[in-house]
Ligand binder design. Structure first.
Ligand code: NDP
Length: 364
């Protein structure tokens, strides 16, 4: 195990979790800072991700727990209340949500709504004085991302994006290999993420709800990967769009290929699609390489380098991610996947769309 992943792993099993400074943030229940009390999370939007990934992960977390829900569906409220033994006073709908400001039993609001709703609900959560985790993509434009960051700063609450892979050991190893130049300077990154999308009526295929297609949904993983593999911010992008089903993908992109140029001279060649399944990260450096495949799904992630197979722990991504954020709050640290991180990806997304529209190279 690498130093980085070992440290993370140790912190997961309890070592290195000593209390550091106590935040000056008043919205957190004070109990959380006094020993073993867990951080109380309310999930907003009880769809696939909340039901099958976040709520289940919250049964495994060490530093946080499911304490509340915000849903527009009364039947879900009933079902979740029973299933997770939730207190009636911690259950909201989208109209009553702002009253969460008066609820000391909720520390963090986790926004898992369709992409176009992230902006509104993160800002409302911030105004209610709650720390926020917001699912990816952070929002549907750079402008929205900036407004969300500003609202959280103004309210003095912390914001994290649901980039679960930053808490995942294989991904951490890819970051280490790339950023610490373990095999010399990174020259080429290949990253791709896609899946075959089903139901043609779903919100992911509506521009007003999703902001874009495969690019917004899973292209962000490939952008993230290029950025964390090099540890750099890209300077230029070129991009190409392909559409095989103009009816299904009338409003949003189906397949996009793009190339990013980094200040060091490293180049990333990436793809995203709603047409078929793919997920891979390949980092080619001066003296060796690292490959993760599968690279971005829920796991198990698998990987190898030019020196052999990687054998790292397989973890529950979402449990690790939420526990990491809980520790950020406990230790009054900024999350490594804060709003700026989400905004940087949206900057690249906007530049990719511009490169497609203009057919030229776009400065990011
Ligand atoms: P779903 O469509 O399964 O769920 C979205 C939920 O949002 C709905 O069930 C509903 O919950 C609520 N909602 C409120 N208004 C609307 C509306 N107008 N249309 C549709 N739903 C509405 O989506 P997912 O759970 O798959 O995705 C939610 C978010 O999580 C997205 O931003 C997505 O990108 C992200 N995600 C992240 C993943 C990751 O690995 N990090 C994986 C999957 C998704 P209710 O009935 O409770 O009101």
């Amino acid at each position: 195990m690498t130093t980085v992943s070992r440290r993370k792993f140790l912190s997961r099993i309890g070592a290195g979790t000593a209390l550091l400074s106590v935040p000056s943030i008043t919205s957190l229940s004070s109990d959380f800072f006094q020993g073993e009390k867990k951080l109380n999370i309310a999930l907003v939007g009880l769809g696939y991700y909340s039901e099958f990934k976040l709520a289940t992960a919250l049964q495994e977390t060490k530093h946080c727990q499911l304490a509340g829900i915000v849903t527009g569906t009364a039947a879900k409220a009933e079902k979740w209340k029973k299933q997770y033994n939730l207190s009636e006073k911690n259950i909201y709908n989208y109209q009553t949500f702002d009253r969460i400001a008066d609820n000391k039993a909720i520390d963090v609001v986790y926004v898992a709504l369709p992409n176009s709703m992230h902006h509104e609900f993160v800002i409302r959560a911030a105004k209610a004085g709650k720390h926020v985790i917001c699912e990816k993509p952070m929002a549907v434009s750079v402008k929205e991302c900036q407004e969300m960051i500003d609202a959280c700063n103004k309210a003095k609450v912390k914001l994290a994006i649901g980039y679960r892979l930053h808490s995942e050991p294989y991904t951490q190893e890819a970051m280490r290999v790339g950023q610490q130049q373990v095999f010399g300077k990174v020259k080429i990154v290949e990253s791709s993420m896609g899946f075959k999308i089903g139901d043609p009526t779903q919100w992911r295929l509506k521009k007003s709800m999703a902001g874009g297609g495969a690019m917004m949904d899973v292209g962000v993983y490939a952008i993230q990967a290029a950025r964390y593999s090099t540890g750099e911010e890209p300077l230029y992008v070129t991009a190409q769009e392909f559409k095989t089903d103009p009816v299904k993908f009338k409003e949003v992109d189906e397949t996009i290929f793009w190339q990013l140029e980094f200040p060091s001279g490293a180049v990333a060649n990436s793809q995203t699609t709603y047409a078929s399944s793919m997920e891979r990260l390949f980092i080619s450096a001066e003296n060796g390489w690292l490959e993760l495949r599968p690279a971005f799904g829920y796991g198990p992630i698998k990987g190898r380098t030019s020196q052999g197979e990687l054998n790292l722990p397989n973890v529950n991504h979402q449990a690790m991610q939420m526990d990491d954020f809980a520790l950020c709050l406990k230790e009054n640290r900024e999350s490594p996947v804060n709003g700026e991180e989400g905004l940087k990806d949206l900057k690249v997304v906007e530049a990719i769309y511009k490169a497609i529209a203009t057919g030229g190279k776009v400065k990011i």
